[in-house]
Design a protein around this ligand. Structure first.
Ligand SMILES: Cc1cc2nc3c(=O)[nH]c(=O)nc-3n(C[C@H](O)[C@H](O)[C@H](O)COP(=O)(O)O)c2cc1C
Length: 232
């Protein structure tokens, strides 16, 4: 079996998507594996064409503003032109997100399922992993359970066996935060703890002072596209 992995993180090599991929490959094995980083925009067409040469495909990407990163969308659009060549190609998806509620990724899950159907791909399943921010920085003991669950799924994918519901559920966690969880989040918000990391990133990039800028507020650009998604 050969596998091509598409990493959809704008962070590329040093990303939580890479960490999750390494867990998956622990179970899948490292032979006949290639990893492509979709942050390399100009390579997208080559990467898309390469998909035809592999037995199985894995797409790993983070949730960005409740959707997929733009580069993943761009790549999907290119893939559409190869529809005929990719018929019945086995594919699996890993969507992961910073926040801990699985419900956030459900729309994107539907998108992956629909996309596979439209493209006549053989969809092995969509794996949802909330709470991924920090995976790459956490001590291994903190991510051990998730690592084991993801590697089990990797082994099942290689063997072309159905994903284990238990492993999928253990990764998914809660669909929505409990009332207590939301309460805790609010307290952290009021204490300024929820924004600490993001503010540190803004500071690092000298952009904190601009974070509430709204440059298009008084001069919005007109929406010219007539594109829409039809319901079928
Ligand atoms: C621009 C941006 C938008 C994001 N949007 C969401 C979001 O809507 N929901 C969420 O749970 N996490 C969101 N996140 C957090 C990422 O999904 C999370 O940090 C993920 O682990 C990043 O993975 P990566 O290191 O592979 O890029 C966002 C992060 C960024 C930078």
């Amino acid at each position: 079996m050969s596998l091509i992995v598409y990493n959809g993180s704008p962070r590329g090599e040093i990303s939580n998507s890479s960490t999750i991929t390494s867990w998956f490959l622990e179970g899948y094995g490292n032979d006949n594996i290639e990893i492509r980083f979709l942050k390399k925009f100009k390579q997208h067409l080559t990467y898309a064409e390469e998909m035809t040469n592999y037995d199985q495909v894995l797409m790993v990407f983070p949730l960005y503003v409740d959707g997929m990163p733009g580069q993943v969308k761009h790549f999907y659009e290119l893939l559409s032109s190869l529809k005929g060549k990719l018929k019945d190609k086995p594919i699996t998806f890993i969507i992961h997100s910073g926040f801990s509620d699985a419900i956030q990724s459900r729309v994107l899950e539907q998108h992956c399922n629909r996309f596979s159907k439209i493209m006549n791909l053989n969809n092995h399943g969509v794996i949802i992993i909330p709470g991924s921010e920090g995976f790459r920085l956490m001590p291994p003991i903190m991510t051990k359970k998730k690592r084991i669950a993801v590697s089990k799924l990797g082994a099942l994918y290689k063997a072309n066996e159905q994903y284990n519901e238990k492993a999928l559920k253990s990764l998914l966690g809660k669909e929505k935060s409990s009332k207590f969880g939301s309460f805790k989040f609010r307290i952290m918000y009021f204490l300024g703890l929820t924004n600490m990391y993001w503010n540190s990133q803004l500071k690092k990039n000298n952009a904190l002072k601009n974070c509430f800028d709204a440059p298009y507020k008084d001069n919005p650009s007109p929406i010219t596209t007539k594109a829409h998604i039809s319901n079928f």
